[in-house]
Design a protein around this ligand. Sequence first.
Ligand code: AHR
Length: 498
Amino acid sequence: MSTARIVVHDAYLIGDVDRRLFGSFVEHMGRAVYGGIYEPGHATADEHGFRTDVLRLVKELGPTMVRYPGGNFVSAYNWEDGVGPVEDRPVRLDLAWRSRETNRVGLAEFAAWSENADVELMMAVNLGTRGVDAARNLVEYCNHPGGTYWSDLRRSHGVADPYGIKIWCLGNEMDAPWQIGHKTAVEYGRIALESAKAMRRVDPGIELVACGSSNRWMPTFGEWEATVLEETYEQVDYISLHNYYEDVDGDAASFLASSDSMDDFITSVVATADHIKGKLHSRKSIQLSFDEWNVWHQTEFHSHDGSREAWREAPDLAEDVYTVTEAVVVGSLLISLLNHADRVRMACIAQLVNVIAPITTVEGGAAWRQTTFFPFADVAARAGGVALRLDIDAGRHETAKYGEVDDVVAAATWDEGTGEIVIFAANRSLDRTVELDLVLGGRFEGYRAMAHRVLTHDDRDAANTADRMENVTPRTVSVTDSVAFPPVSWNVVTLRRA
Ligand code: AHR
């Protein structure tokens, strides 16, 4: 047993937690849409074909915002294919995922689903095969009240009121050679700037996200962000970050420390954005949108060459089954996001259903929670108010990839309204139980731990599957004198005034 001393004081604040930090992502990829949120023949489907059992789980998971429709998919997508009468919509080849896209679900259906799910829609435009014109038309279709070609087209499709979509991604991963319409930083910067200008002229109230790097290991990382921001600075509000984490070589200790890598990634992008701010003598700061993050068995996914396979509708792609270890990594990544809440204002776990997702479905059958569901649901439900800057003194252990790392990482939020502090903690040690030693200062004197919820398992490879859907679930531990974090565990501790 070792100890983690955590100092919590109301004088040390990071900043307000933006609820958009708890976003997710639905791409037209694999069985995310068709066979995921949408399955008309399913016993629970509503009159529009959306599964209500899945919707119920989405609500329980609690994302606040959902990015749509891609991802790589968006870079060759015609948004016009997804509006108007469904029977008139074309079937297309989706070049990103070698699939047949029927367009039975498009903007209209997804916007209605988002409303039911009570999530804000974050829309991505195609800057791969298309550009300024398609982007500004889409904003007009979505956000202009009426009396113009595109807004009246929306009205003729039965949607009288504008959707009022606020957040727009200017393309997706345009730095990546695998992207349809891949561009150099200057090429992308130019088209992003011109699209942003036109989109803002249609609706000055929108917020725009420029593409950052596809991951922090891209050869152009750093240079890409600097160039893109130099081109677009005054017209965009956010720069995106994407990164997926995985245990490539069976090195669990390093994998469990993945959030240290996320921390570094975030601080590097902040440094680059602020460097450009200084260089341009700008008064505004660019915020970060970590709009794709998760654990993904990507090596396995990419080892399969499907380039000559038949074109299928909604093939099963990237349907990862997540272990307890992976849930603890997801929890620690959420901790990293909370600890950078002053600059990371939006984030999306990628994705939501079936594809690298916290929710899995069987066609015609059940839907269930993966292990990674629980840390996300905890943070989305409980993190609120202001993020506190914790001072943590914990034991350390050696990892092959990151050197010495802390056994425990933690974040905390304080809701002044309820007076409650919630500490989120991941014990990343493979073998050490860690006892919490709380030091409460300032207005928090007199607080104490009142509740403790933990996600762990004797077998850290345990998962939830079709035949054992509730194999891994969190449990509530009674708080007596002490709070202890088991090895490889995700913990939520609630503090209140005694
Ligand atoms: O989320 C899966 C894919 O990962 C997205 O389409 C792409 O943006 C990223 O490379």
